[in-house]
Design a binder for this molecule. Sequence first.
Ligand code: NAP
Length: 352
Amino acid sequence: MDSYQVGVLGATGAVGQKFIRLLENHPWFTIKALGASKRSAGKKYKQAVHWIEKTELPSASANLKVKACAPEEFKGVDFVFSGLDSSVAGDIEKNFAEAGIPVISNAKNYRMHDQVPLLVPEVNPDHAELIKKQSFDPEGNGWIVTNPNCVSVPLSMSLKPLHDAFGIDSLIVTSMQSVSGAGYPGVSSMDIVANVVPYIGGEEPKVQTEATKVLGTLSDDTIAFNDFKIQATAVRVPTIEGHLLSASVKLKNAPSSIEEAEEAFTNWKNPIANLELLSSPKNPVRLYKEDRYPQPRLHADREGGMQTAVGRLREGTVMDLGYVTMAHNTIRGAAGGAILNAELLTAKGFIS
Ligand code: NAP
């Protein structure tokens, strides 16, 4: 198949850089244009970016001139990925969709919009159909698809096998979030070195709602949110990549043994496995039995950073089950998740 020409909005940020790295040599998607703020526009990408990836800056992107994030600057692209700051993503993403350019976004602005899918391909691939109901572009060429925030991705993925087997009643979750989750330059070193900061502005409301949409049901023209309640505490910890969550879950039909809960994870079938998408992990939700696993430094990069890890699965004393879960925040929780969304939407014929 021919490669699609893509743009990256917010290309200079932490998530934008992950897009540049992950799309290098991607057989379906070729980067044609990069966009960022006025501070960067007009410069070559290698001059505008403060490159924080461990690999070399790909030469194909290094010499592209950064553009302003306006649709007329991105003529000829088939769609754009967005890693824009949420303070500007609302207007910019809408402008692109209205101009007939599809947007696959990481920003929070349209996640709760009733016509916009909040997509995790292994959990709710059917929600992509909501695209057909969108009215950003009357001709239907431009639309917006989002992925959940970097905590809600592993939370949704780890809840899905439990939801399918037992039904979720409610949960309490504490997220221990790495510094890369705050973008670049992110959290002040004076705040985070040898420390824990027990508050991340704006994070808890997202964690308390997004998984109920992801695990919701698509009806004719909208998503009926799932009815479980989430209580969240979001904490910044001095890890670099990988958000670790501790969850305590009350189920609608509790399993009779911990083995039955383990089987819910090990027997769960990935609904998109047959599509063999390029960024799709072979085992999207891996259950670790070792008490000390998963750990961000050891396991965040597993399966190209696309796997969600689950561990410490145990009977609860107050709730039915306790477990920890973890995923790479800028890959599975952001750029890699968005690329997987684009692969799914290509396979389903939404991108042509
Ligand atoms: P970041 O490092 O601060 O990058 C923000 C990007 O937005 C930069 O490219 C910046 O360009 C661009 N930008 C800022 N103001 C702009 C404007 N007025 N016009 C056009 N572009 C502008 O942030 P990040 O961590 O990559 O996050 C990007 C988005 O992804 C956010 O919406 C965030 O909530 C979401 N997200 C992040 C993570 C994560 O783990 N980091 C995970 C999931 C979702 P300049 O360099 O030119 O200023």
